[in-house]
Design a protein around this ligand. Structure first.
Ligand SMILES: Cc1cc2nc3c(=O)[nH]c(=O)nc-3n(C[C@H](O)[C@H](O)[C@H](O)COP(=O)(O)OP(=O)(O)OC[C@H]3O[C@@H](n4cnc5c(N)ncnc54)[C@H](O)[C@@H]3O)c2cc1C
Length: 453
């Protein structure tokens, strides 16, 4: 009998687990309560990046005079933007559903719940339940925005990230609470659309987890665009009137605007899954997993945001693939565990910010000897051709062996360019390997081989 592989949650983690297991010969059931593609496609990454691309096009037009064109002023068509996002989501949902069906995955619409380690109960929208048997269960139900008790979220003026793709109306003045990755992306997006923006930053630096040199480039860009920064302030209350909102901060300052957007983290979707009764250990709602993404119950795995590891769509997909390989016995072959330290990530601001592996600040904090080489894009012919010489490439390597340990890129297309350093970090390549590679000229990637040289 084929291995019965049941997945609860159809985001990137669940989809990839399902398609990989199906390719490996399992009989796969994927349970999704909403729309296949998950929050990643419908509520988080894709709509946010689609809006950022529109904002980026507007910024490019504002800069057009530097390209020898007459100054162009772009105007946002909010309804056209809404249609554009819906179009992208529909196409992606169609392609994910098509991929799952073509692999023979049995898609079941409904909410899944673990009854015991070998049975999953599915409740459809009509309330009818069915039970499926499982040799392996994968939990991949994702997460949702955290809403503190002081925030009267109404989806109209007080928004979470999920109300913002796009919001009901273009805010005239948006207050963004939280200056992590999500917060700064929204600041960039709405200031590009022409909204006034205030950012509440609880520390003294935006992107507190990032290299200060990288964060400084972004802060300069924000200040240049007229974004107000409330540094060292924690929001602790929101007052809403018919046409305005005020955010009270713990240092006595008050930010006033038309809308407020909360970007203060997420919480896992682990309630109502029957996990504790099934013996699955949780930590603050996240499923405790080992290096194979296996929970405390041997045949139950967790992937994606629910696993409490790196909350990235790319990581979720990789976990899904590794789980299927492990559950179906492929780990005995050339199977590598995920090294979360080597996951590349990007922030889609303008300029983009991307990094992978060891950060210079972390090496310094650990007293680790590293070689840091940095090349500014102002030295790149392609950056000058593009009329955007902002930013730099930084490569961190081992001074004794030359092995590439990490890197940061700030500048145009940083999210694409970082892939080169990611491959070097994962494959254990040396700076010499990058320096010896013949890149295209003129191209921004040349800054990578220059930094490695
Ligand atoms: C604003 C924002 C922007 C982001 N941008 C990026 C980005 O650019 N790049 C990136 O890599 N990551 C990004 N992320 C993170 C990324 O969205 C998540 O890491 C990713 O969605 C996690 O995938 P997942 O499969 O764990 O969960 P999800 O994508 O959340 O999917 C979980 C699915 O499970 C379903 N589900 C939940 N409970 C049940 C149940 N009981 N039964 C059946 N189905 C259920 C849900 O309906 C959902 O479809 C962003 C996040 C946010 C908030």
């Amino acid at each position: 009998m084929a291995h019965r592989f049941v997945v609860i949650g159809g985001g990137p983690a669940g989809n990839t687990a399902a398609t990989t297991a199906a390719r490996l010969g399992a009989e796969v059931t994927l349970v999704e309560r909403d729309i296949v593609g998950g929050a990643a496609h419908l509520l988080d990454c894709i709509p946010s990046k689609a809006m950022i691309a529109t904002g980026g096009a507007m910024n490019d037009m504002r800069r057009a005079s530097g390209m020898g064109l007459v100054h162009v002023e772009a105007q946002l068509d909010f309804e056209a933007l809404r249609t554009r996002i819906a179009g992208i989501e529909n196409r992606l949902e169609g392609s994910v559903t098509g991929m799952l069906r073509s692999q023979g995955v049995n898609l079941v619409q409904g909410s899944g719940r673990v009854i015991d380690p070998h049975h999953v109960e599915i409740t459809g929208a009509d309330g009818v339940t069915q039970v499926v048997e499982a040799d392996t269960i994968v939990l991949s139900t994702g997460s949702r925005p955290r809403i503190p008790e002081w925030a009267p979220v109404d989806g109209a003026r007080v928004l979470t990230t999920r109300d913002a793709y796009p919001p009901p109306e273009l805010p005239s003045h948006l207050i963004v609470v939280g200056s992590g990755v999500t917060g700064v992306e929204f600041v960039h997006m709405f200031s590009a659309f022409g909204s006034d923006v205030t950012l509440i930053v609880s520390r003294q630096q935006v992107l507190p987890q990032k290299d200060p040199e990288v964060a400084a480039v972004l802060e300069d860009d924000f200040l240049g665009r007229g974004v107000k920064l409330f540094k060292g302030a924690r929001a602790e209350g929101i007052d809403v009137t018919d046409d305005s909102v005020s955010v009270r901060c713990d240092d006595g300052r008050v930010a006033r605007g038309s809308h407020v957007l909360l970007c203060i983290g997420s919480i896992p979707n682990s309630e109502h899954l029957g996990l504790t009764d099934a013996g699955v250990e949780l930590d603050h709602g996240y499923v405790v997993v080992d290096h194979n993404c296996k929970s405390t119950v041997p045949n139950i795995y967790a992937a994606g945001d629910l696993s409490g590891k790196l909350p990235l769509s790319s990581v979720a997909s990789m976990q899904g693939r590794k789980i299927a390989e492990h559950a179906l016995g492929l780990h005995a072959g050339p199977h590598r565990h995920i090294d979360y330290e080597k996951a590349a990530s990007a922030i889609f601001t303008d300029p983009e910010i991307a990094d992978v592996g060891l950060a210079e600040a972390d090496a310094f904090a650990d007293g680790r000897k590293v070689r840091v080489t940095k090349v500014p894009f102002s030295a790149s012919a392609k950056a000058l051709i593009n009329d955007d010489p902002r930013g730099f490439v930084k490569i961190i390597s081992d001074p004794a062996t030359g092995v590439v340990l990490g890197g940061s890129i700030v500048g145009q297309h940083a999210a694409e360019l970082i892939s080169v350093i990611a491959v070097a970090v994962t494959a254990g390549l040396k700076v010499g390997d990058l320096a010896e590679s013949l890149f295209v000229h003129p191209a921004l990637a040349e800054a990578l081989s220059d930094a490695a040289d």
